[in-house]
Design a protein around this ligand. Structure first.
Ligand code: SAH
Length: 237
């Protein structure tokens, strides 16, 4: 993948000019529809599709949100997980981590987990194509909360906790609007255990409320994701 620096902040439509544009046009001979990787002035790295080329300028369009969102979703039963993955990819998630949690009703290990991940990756792939994503979001291996907290490098981390009554999602997002990557942790049908909450907290995750009603796990994940995108002006505004 060819990579170009754009000395302007990230936007949906951007222009590559100067020597890079000449290179794209005359040397690489790239055509509209082909993809390049761009790095904007404000540090966003994204894939973008070429919409026009000329010797002095290349216009590119990106369908990717500027903020990278990882959804760590407590494992829920069968088709619900398929549904969450399909919808989260449509909405704009970057990565989904299926989380094996204490109160998950389903357990996948070894071969079964690997098979499930393959299936979920396929669902992500077709949802990404259908919704014109520039990337195919990655479905990580089924992980524990310890592994998640040890490996996740998102700059902002939140855990939707059904017993939280002090901090709301909006408040926490609004004090982190400069972040480039967010981890959202959602519990399974049976909820989040206190031990898991403690581990998430020690790994830097902030517990947030999603309101005064208890949402089902699949509603909670997709609602939190939509709210994050809205707060970052990624739902059309
Ligand atoms: N069985 C639990 C609810 C689990 S809901 C109970 O009865 O209390 C599944 C997950 O969705 C929760 O673990 C949490 O991550 C999220 N969730 C649902 N409603 C929420 C709310 N109002 N605030 C924050 N998180 C919520």
């Amino acid at each position: 993948m060819h990579r170009f620096f754009i000395p302007r902040p990230y936007a949906e439509n951007m222009m590559i000019d100067g020597i890079d544009a000449r290179h794209i046009y005359t040397v690489l001979k790239m055509k509209p529809g082909e993809k390049v990787q761009i790095v904007s002035d404000d540090g966003v790295t994204a894939l973008a599709e070429i919409t026009e080329t000329a010797p002095g300028q290349t216009l590119v369009e990106s369908h990717e949100p500027a903020v990278k969102i990882t959804l760590a979703q407590g494992l829920v039963k069968g088709e619900k997980m398929d549904f969450i993955i399909q919808k989260a990819v449509e909405l704009g998630v970057s990565c989904i981590v299926p989380l094996a949690m204490e109160h998950s009703v389903v357990r996948y290990d070894g071969e079964k987990a690997a098979k499930k991940c393959q299936r979920w990756q396929k669902i992500a792939e077709s949802a990404a194509k259908q919704s014109k994503r520039d990337i195919i979001p990655q479905i990580a291996e089924v992980a524990s909360i310890d592994k998640l907290m040890a490996e996740c490098d998102c700059t902002t981390k939140i855990i939707a906790y059904e017993c939280e009554d002090r901090q709301g999602l909006k408040q926490v997002l609004q004090s982190n609007l400069n972040t480039d990557s967010i981890l959202i942790i959602i519990g399974p049908e049976g909820g989040i255990s206190e031990a898991e909450l403690d581990k998430a907290r020690s790994g830097g995750a902030v517990p947030v409320s999603l309101g005064r009603r208890i949402l089902r796990a699949e509603t909670a994940g997709l609602t939190a994701l939509s709210a994050v995108l809205y707060e970052f002006d990624e739902l059309g505004g």
